[in-house]
Write a protein that binds this ligand. Sequence first.
Ligand SMILES: Cc1ncc(COP(=O)(O)O)c(C=O)c1O
Length: 448
Amino acid sequence: MHDSRVFHRQLQKRPPVAVGGEGVHIIDADGRRYIDASGGAAVSCLGHGHPDVMAAMHRQIDRLSYAHTSFFTTEVAEQLADLLVATAPEGMSHVYFVSGGSEAVEAALKMARQYFVEIGQPQRRHFIARRQSYHGNTLGALAVGGNEWRREQFRPLLIDVTHVSPCYEYRDRRDHETPEQYGQRLVAELSETIGRLGPENVMAFVAETVGGATAGVLTPVPGYFRGIRDLCDRHGILLILDEVMCGMGRTGTLHACEQEGVVPDLLTIAKGLGGGYQPIGAVLAQGRLVEAMKKGSGLFQHGHTYLGHAVACAAALAVQQVIRRDDLLARVRGAGLHLHRRLQERFGAHPHVGDIRGRGLFWGLEFVRDRASQTWFDPALRLHARLKAAAMAQGLMVYPMGGTVDGRCGDHVLLAPPFIASDAELDAIVDRLALALEQVLADISLAS
Ligand SMILES: Cc1ncc(COP(=O)(O)O)c(C=O)c1O
């Protein structure tokens, strides 16, 4: 095979060539089938090759692939926006379409800033976000993100963002604290931080409702987000919830914030919106923000060439219609209980699995060298990378990551199977993951 000219993620090796997809499987050029237990990176909510989505895309391509949004709107963009607003948290009035998660976060940050300029509070310039969060890799999104490893070499290029503690119950809740008390301690920390920056200078608090990629599915404790919402309201600070990964049904409700009883001012969505059939993301915006811009300058000073791409909107519309038609959110909840049960049976007492956490079809396992002390494996062992390779060898795609604890130490694996996965397929995922993990642990014990 000739040298690849693709600037691959890993420059020293070349990934297998994917040639097909069927349901929960991806098939490579050698005919090997992989169960897509992570939906890539929590993307493929309907699996691969869904006939209704393919048909909708074909129909749109045959009519019109692309019309620039400074000239035209399209029927599919309008229909998708209507559907998203009809099912959105209270008060959301408009949808700003982009092409992915980072673009959604960038747009939300700029919307927040422009809103305050429009309403005569231009002194507001600070974002507060959380350590160990992931909001994307473009510079604004990377700046609000709290993963040290990703930020480090780009730090001189990043806007100044203040970071507070994540909601990381497994490691940070103290023995004498209830989950609620722990949540209130975190709210108090945010309150102090706002006080230090001056409440009148803060634009927004940015958080993943359920933390995803870099910390391995951090579920919020009860009352945490309600406390945050109250605090933001008290100071006129916007709450931006990033549900690029955890949203669009992944946790068993369309939006993860529904389970927290809070409504954000801006809500970013992406991965499960189009399910990977097309690149698409969006920001859902509260009516009063849109009104402020409408009455003020009359435009949001932003834009990209591929905003509201017609084929992307057609794909996302079809994905969302299938989810509703087939009652797949109920399936996510039921399948989620099944998967959680199986994970508990297999890994609940495992000496090297410290925590199993998640909701719906969104689960994380955090690995530890020792359960009692919660110490992690030496990062030099790269347990997460070994696990990914071992799982691929078992015909399983999972999404492991290192740096779980602080950007450097700790390992976890993330599971985000398609909503259409059967119980038998979920069982196969757990079986193959267990085999891959045992192989990795055996290799590590030989190496050390
Ligand atoms: C919560 C969150 N925000 C933003 C992003 C960035 O999305 P994208 O990779 O589509 O730019 C991700 C991607 O994993 C994410 O998980």
